[in-house]
Unconditional design. Structure first.
Ligand code: NAD
Length: 466
């Protein structure tokens, strides 16, 4: 069969690319070896949010007194918590099946590999039933995503039993009583937050000198304190040297400050990054340029092989669903000869722990390193009326402006539902807003978003409520 575009991989990169291609009048096919929606919908973004919501609600039950409320007999049914999360994933995945149908995209259930061809490589699909089918197209777009990075040499490798990757951690049979999380990126911190909320003893080990190390230093520090208040334990600047399994649990040897230490727990979660799915697709035979697990592309998703493109996780960082979708839309619009949205648009990053963390653009340190003279503003939620009324006083908003031009360079937040608020600053940065534009914007009262306005005002010594 022949198509205009074949997309390989139906995660948020691939399925969005296919929809946009179809909208642009291209005859489109998509190939998926597992489930529509990819890791994001089935084993990542979406089911973790369902778990985190259960954890958050359960935790809140312990803090009702201040609101004049009380409950007795607080408990949870772990299998139902997991069941709900799996149900949410299933619902979203079938939503993608509907979208594929609606946009007349042909779906192939199977694993694709590439063979030499023109004007684009030939796509051979080994269908789930076992038979093979050959497809041709003018353009082939790889969107095969990534999987958990493992370090087998020191035992950092999931076994589905005692040592979990994110996939295992999403649907275990029982809730562990004690847990060691290796890596304090978004994956590590979200699972640490969920299992701690359900009462597990949680220790997070991070090789760098602070948790959530990609975030602004002040946010990392505040997050560390906030999680400690909830009973988590941290080892930072601590390198795991060996993870060993036993019948009853795991033993993690680490080195911190020149000292060796061993921690024990029922289960360990390995969350030390991800690696691109570049294997078993015939990329070597085609001569596709791959650099450290990622396909090398030009500014529009094009690889060094004619007719072959790559978008999303497989094309390199940041490894985020929304970045993948953005790149996919850009790629097909470029193929269609349109003038697509800028690929360098600011990309927000969110961690859905309790409290949440969200950011966009440069941290204060990165702004300085890039040669800016940053003007920085901060505003804490503890003096924001809506936050006080809602009992959500933890956290703050921080803004980073260019001292010379007034351009908003970055924004950083920690607190209740800040993952919903960060978009305001993402819009502002995309529209190249300055401090004047933001100061002139009217923020609804009472909202926690008013802290965003105040953090802008504070950068220029004009905060009104502190
Ligand atoms: P990550 O790269 O963000 O974090 C991994 C952490 O592990 C790093 O801080 C690293 O210093 C640490 N580390 C590495 N080796 C170590 C060792 N031997 N001992 C101790 N610490 C070690 O990776 P992740 O959290 O696994 O997430 C993978 C990707 O998926 C990230 O890019 C993330 O942005 C993305 N993701 C995003 C979300 C979200 O947006 N909410 C959720 C999940 C994943």
């Amino acid at each position: 069969m022949d198509f205009d575009v074949i997309v390989i991989g139906a995660g948020p990169g691939g399925y969005v690319t296919a929809i946009r291609a179809s909208q642009l009048g291209m005859k489109t096919a998509i190939v998926e070896r597992e489930a529509l929606g990819g890791i994001c919908l089935n084993w990542g973004c979406i089911p973790t949010k369902a778990l985190l919501k259960s954890g958050e609600l359960y935790e809140q039950l312990s803090h009702l007194e201040g609101f004049g409320l009380s409950v007795t007999g607080k408990s949870f049914d772990f299998s139902k918590v997991i069941e709900r999360s799996r149900g949410v994933a299933k619902q979203m995945s079938s939503g993608i099946a509907f979208l594929m149908k609606k946009h007349r995209i042909t779906v192939f259930d199977g694993a694709a590999s590439l063979e030499k061809g023109a004007p684009a490589p030939k796509v051979v699909v080994r269908l789930k039933g076992g038979e093979k089918t050959s497809l041709t197209a003018k353009h082939v777009i790889l969107a095969t995503g990534a999987r958990a990075r493992t370090i087998p040499a020191i035992g950092l490798e999931g076994d589905g039993d005692r040592v979990w990757t994110y996939r295992d951690a999403l649907a275990p049979k029982t809730c562990p009583k004690s847990l060691i999380v290796i890596g304090s990126g978004a994956i590590g911190i979200e699972f640490a937050s969920f299992y701690r909320a359900l009462g597990a003893q949680v220790t997070v080990i991070e090789a760098l000198d602070r948790i959530l190390p990609v975030e602004d230093e002040e946010v990392s520090k505040a997050a560390h304190k906030a999680f400690e208040r909830r009973g988590m334990t941290f080892r930072v600047a601590a390198k795991v040297t060996r993870l060993s399994k036993s019948k009853t649990g795991v033993s993690v040897a680490l080195e911190a400050g020149g000292k060796a230490e061993t921690l024990e727990a029922e289960v360990a979660i390995v969350a030390v990054g991800i690696t691109g799915n570049v294997e078993n697709m015939g990329l070597e035979a085609l001569g596709v340029k791959v650099d450290r697990g990622h396909i090398v592309t030009d500014g529009h998703g094009k690889t060094n092989v004619a007719g072959l493109y790559a978008i999303g996780d497989i094309a390199g960082p940041p490894w985020l669903a929304h970045k993948a979708s953005h790149e996919g839309v850009h790629c097909v619009e470029h193929i269609a000869g349109l003038k697509p949205a800028n690929l360098n648009a600011p990309i927000p990053g969110c961690t859905y722990s309790s409290p949440q963390v969200a950011s966009v653009g440069l941290t204060e340190a990165a702004a300085k390193a890039a040669g800016h003279e940053p003007k920085v503003g901060r505003f804490p939620f503890r003096v924001n009326g809506k936050a006080v009324a809602a009992g959500e006083m933890e956290g703050f908003v921080k803004t980073v402006f260019d001292g010379k031009t007034g351009a908003l360079l970055g924004a950083h937040m920690i607190g209740h539902e800040v993952t919903e608020m960060i978009q305001g600053f993402a819009v502002a940065m995309t529209l190249e807003a300055t401090e004047e534009d933001l100061m002139a914007t009217v923020f609804a009262h009472p909202t926690m978003s008013e802290a965003m306005h105040e953090a802008v005002l504070d950068a220029y010594g004009r905060a009104l409520h502190i």
